[in-house]
Design a protein around this ligand. Structure first.
Ligand SMILES: Cc1ncc(COP(=O)(O)O)c(C=O)c1O
Length: 431
């Protein structure tokens, strides 16, 4: 029973920082709807950070989990379970190219750790290139991979991580006049320069999100990811695609964000939406890369049968419902509504994203592009008053991020966009 108005402050670490001046205590969910403890309903347009991919408490996921928990709740990786094998088979079928061997863990953080370890073991090298503005997790290595000081509480602990420029066209030093192609050239040149000037020239891997999520849904310019993979491979390194946010149909028209580019990664990292809220991280690699890792490793909870049952049920619903197609269609609908808001409010600097991963970067003035975190906070709070949950992101916390369940209906999208428009009008009056 929650008693204190700020219950999280009493017994949790201060980094547990819920959204809102008055934090929301959620107690129930169904589909895209959640309720707080007073019974007020909210349309969840952020899905617990793009995670309840087929909605809250999807009946197929709930019954798979219930049944598995009654049958067998835990084994560790010392024993084989049918659920883990089934999840690995399904993942291999959905993944591009010859990505075939999976390692299951409990989070995106661990999945990235596993990917980097696999790359270092396979190449016999230890330098990793990451992107500025990226977010990779909360462990020692993954905070080093992360490209935001605000998400790196400790000084750098692991040697060998170097950051190339994020392919962030809206804030590109080339300015608004440059073409997409010129931007791609510029960011690729930077990647080459980082490898040649800050590493031994023998990097193990480049780790890149296909859309930089925490950065505020930064979509790389066309051709960037394909060429970035070519660059890292030309130096003998592997290309790791972090699909923690962009995986499983989220970007519309494809299962994984990288499939919009003409390249198959050597290793792919997934978490969040894979099990619609159950803690699952997955790292998938080619047979050859996976085979390099012959030394011992275990995961007590990785591949837990209940989590695997949730993952299989979620992926099955996703396939039956064709979420990549749904995401493309509903994403276009969201985008049209956001573009209309963009013409109404000059403090919306840019609308961007793909599929059901859409964002608005808010600025004080479109010509200076000075970030406006205060306006973003105002939109977040006003949306809550309207019964709509959205997220924030960006280096300055000035990007409003949206990523609902991919089973959201057209009517629910219209409803969400009407609420967001009212929230923007309320925020427009904010001093
Ligand atoms: C792209 C990306 N990678 C990795 C992670 C870390 O995942 P987790 O929070 O499950 O450890 C996140 C979390 O937001 C993420 O967005």
């Amino acid at each position: 029973m929650v008693r204190s108005p700020e219950p999280h402050r009493e017994h949790l670490f201060p980094w547990v920082k819920p959204y809102y001046a008055e934090p929301l205590v959620l107690s129930q969910g169904e589909g895209v709807w959640v309720r707080d403890k007073e019974g007020k309903e909210y349309l969840d347009f952020f899905a617990g950070i793009l995670t309840t991919s087929v909605g809250h408490c999807h009946p197929d996921v709930v019954s798979a989990v219930e049944a598995q928990m009654r049958r067998l709740g835990h084994t560790s990786t010392l024993y084989v379970t049918e659920q883990q094998v089934a999840a690995a088979e399904q993942l291999s079928r959905l993944s591009p190219g010859d990505l075939n061997r999976s390692a299951f863990t409990n989070s995106g953080t661990e999945a990235n750790e596993t990917a980097v370890a696999a790359a270092c073991i396979h190449t016999g090298r230890s330098e990793i290139i990451a992107l500025r503005y990226a977010y990779s997790g909360r462990s020692a290595l993954t905070t080093d991979l992360t490209g935001h000081a605000s998400w790196r509480p400790l000084p750098t602990q692991t040697v060998g991580v170097k950051h190339a420029r994020a392919p962030y066209v809206y804030r590109s030093p080339l300015g608004d006049g440059a073409t997409e192609e010129e931007n791609t050239d510029f960011f690729i040149d930077d990647l080459v320069e980082v490898i040649e000037t800050t590493t031994s020239g023998r990097p193990a891997a480049l780790l890149a999100e296909t859309i930089l999520g925490v950065a505020g849904f930064v979509v790389p310019p066309s051709g960037y990811l394909t060429r970035a993979a070519e660059v890292i491979r030309s130096y003998g390194g592997l290309f790791i695609s972090d699909e923690v946010q962009t995986g499983f149909g989220r970007t519309g028209g494809a299962w994984f964000g990288i499939e919009h580019s003409d390249v198959v990664p050597d290793i792919m990292v997934m978490a969040k939406g894979i099990a619609s809220g159950f803690p699952v991280g997955a790292t998938i690699a080619t047979d050859e890369i996976a085979e390099s890792w012959s030394s011992s490793s275990i995961s007590t909870f990785g591949g837990n049968p209940v989590c695997m049952a949730a993952a299989v049920a979620t992926m099955t619903v996703m396939e039956e419902e064709d979420v990549p197609a749904r995401s493309a269609e509903r994403g276009d609908q969201v985008r049209r509504a956001l573009d209309a808001l963009d013409t109404e409010f000059d403090w919306i600097g840019e609308v961007r994203g793909m599929g059901l991963m859409q964002a608005m970067e808010l600025v004080e003035d479109p010509s200076t592009k000075e970030p406006s975190p205060r306006r973003a906070q105002a939109v977040l709070e006003a949306a809550k008053d309207e019964g709509l949950l959205v997220g924030l992101g960006g280096r300055h916390g000035n990007v409003v991020r949206m990523g609902p369940s991919m089973l959201i209906t057209a009517e629910e999208v219209d409803d969400a966009m009407a609420r967001l428009a009212r929230a923007c009008r309320a925020a427009d009056g904010t001093p």
